[in-house]
Design a protein around this ligand. Sequence first.
Ligand SMILES: *Cc1c(COP(=O)(O)O)cnc(C)c1O
Length: 377
Amino acid sequence: MSQRGEIYRRLGVEPVINATATVTILGGSLMRPEVLEAMRQASECFVDLTELETAVGRRVASLTRNESAFVCGGAAAGLFLTAAAVMTRDVPDGVLRLADLSTLPTEFIVHRGHRVPYLSAVELAGGRLVDVGASGEATVEELESRISPATGALLYVAGAHLAEGAVPLDAFIAVARRHDIPVIVDAAAQIPPLSSLWDFTHAGAQFAVFSGGKGLRGPASTGLIVGEPAGVARCVANAAPLQRLGRPMKVGKEDLIGFLTALELELGADEAATVRGYEAVVASVVAWGAQRSDVAVEREFPSEAGQPMPRARIRFAGALAGQRDQIMADLRGGRPRIGVWPAGDDGIYVNPQTMLEGEDALVCGRLGEILSARAAG
Ligand SMILES: *Cc1c(COP(=O)(O)O)cnc(C)c1O
């Protein structure tokens, strides 16, 4: 066994301690060894991919308490496919063809505050985003006023951090129901809690989409669509391995097995214990900060994606407060390389979700060195 990280270093790419979040740009999450072993076994033989996709979908649906499920190439692929599925709801074969766009319901109504950059995946399918709540506070009346025969779906991006000013999800779904229009929930980063896997669909959303490579710790190139069977069937009709518009978002046999294995492991794990582990890391960073006069550290809740779990907020004191960006650059450029999330303009967040055992001490130690050197210099 070579040393951890050597596979990257031989290319001149130094690994990064991820104290940021399950961000794709740093690799999402780390798969458990059991997931990798399952993927290795999946790589040992050929299989009918459609048959496998169907079987995995059936098993995932049952595990996630949904009627139907489809493992796709990331949550963004899930947005693309569900957009295709709602626009083609009156197309007999359910297949999206770009030439037909002018006759399809292509408008997706979304809160102005929910316009995360990922929604370009909806536009990729030919959808057009229509804002509601541009003034800050959205109302049911405003939402209803946007609905027309051109409406493809109402789109909701989940997360406590995005809820302010938005029509609450229950009321949002009730409006859609009244007009017989589907709701798509982007819940990409809403695990933990695992209950997100069924909460949105049980609340009446036609679809919810998730990342496979964030909280589920599956392959970064996977995602999940859950929802009602006819809609999921239209997602399938537009997805790889068929030669349809979704073909560029292919999911291989190893990824399908890797996703399923990761899901089984997460559902079997003790989520409360996981969150207690996050609390312990945050508490250790708070305790480190209490020893120093150049930082103020506090536990903050919820997470960057509005999930019910904590992170540590570190504020730099005195002259260091104005050096936040340089401190982040020092963390990123030193050894070990450390990635963190900015907090306000005078601090950073240390997020336990993606940190390995012992990395809290490494991060605090390195940060302490940087702060002391800057104060001396
Ligand atoms: C991460 C994320 C996505 C994209 O997920 P992928 O699995 O990387 O495609 C979409 N929406 C939101 C809100 C996200 O956080």
